[in-house]
Design a protein around this ligand. Sequence first.
Ligand code: NAG
Ligand code: NAG
Ligand code: NAG
Length: 293
Amino acid sequence: GSVGLKEERVLGVFTCSRSSKVKPTCILTQLVVDESMKPYGKTYIPASYVEYVQSGGSRVMPIRLDFTQDKYETIFKKINGLLLIGGAVDLETSDFAKVAKIFYKLALKANDAGDFFPIWGTCLGMQLLTVLVAEKNLLTATPAENLSLPLDLTQEADTSRMFSEIPHELRCALTKEPLTGNFHHYGLEVKNFNASTKLRNFFSVLSTNVANNGVHFVSTVEGKKYPFYGWRANLNFPHSRHAVQLSSLMAEFFINEGRNSLHQNDVKDEELIYGYTPIYSANFSGYEQAYFF
Ligand SMILES: *[C@@H]1O[C@H](CO)[C@@H](O)[C@H](O)[C@H]1NC(C)=O
Ligand SMILES: *[C@@H]1O[C@H](CO)[C@@H](O)[C@H](O)[C@H]1NC(C)=O
Ligand SMILES: *[C@@H]1O[C@H](CO)[C@@H](O)[C@H](O)[C@H]1NC(C)=O
């Protein structure tokens, strides 16, 4: 049955790894802002992010934005990592930003105490990570609408954790072929990153890109001390062979980081994504399938 399949898939990936008891990865639900999506729910997760986490070998626990601090602390003990997804919400005042901040603080504390808890921010999720670290919003216009780009890797990429397991051929392709899809108006300019002591102390910049207006923006960051990662581009686009390989390796990398986590609290099946069904959403949103909550 489907349960057997699920376990086989999870165990199959985990057998040769450091730990066979991988806890789920949490994905914060995103606030619905588009009128066309409002009839379906208040928050959502595009199915592509769920597939991303599953392709890395973990299970997804969707997290709503209206729980209490206590409840988030309980959840934190059951999960191995946090994925902050894209969207179009305020990075300081939205419920998405507020809940992300709760987890960010818990993650800082856990890592400081010798635990290990990775956070991966994609797209707006990466911007949010930079706002949390800088303690202010340093974003400016860096338009890159529907633009696939190779990454301009920095020297720090050579010694990074994120890119360490990318084979030579793919690494080469990454710098020459348009493997990362960008859909954004705002970003963190390299000069603003450089001007922020907080950001410079916290993150290494692994890649930059040039926006449509000629501005250089930061496209990949990795925490120097903390296992926090930011990826500016979308994860499931484009779909060339190398782009798909890259996306798979990034998913594996992130989920593998979570294996170092000490979180042991048991998770009930009904807390996981399996109890929810994604719906076809291409005719009213920018996503082919999405989960609504
Ligand atoms: C993105 O660009 C491609 C090719 O340039 C085009 O076919 C597609 O319609 C564009 N999509 C959006 C959402 O603008
Ligand atoms: C930002 O800092 C990096 C590393 O110190 C340097 O290579 C780069 O030229 C700087 N860029 C800008 C726009 O200040
Ligand atoms: C979208 O397509 C589905 C499946 O064809 C249909 O049931 C639904 O009513 C459509 N929704 C909108 C908003 O057009």
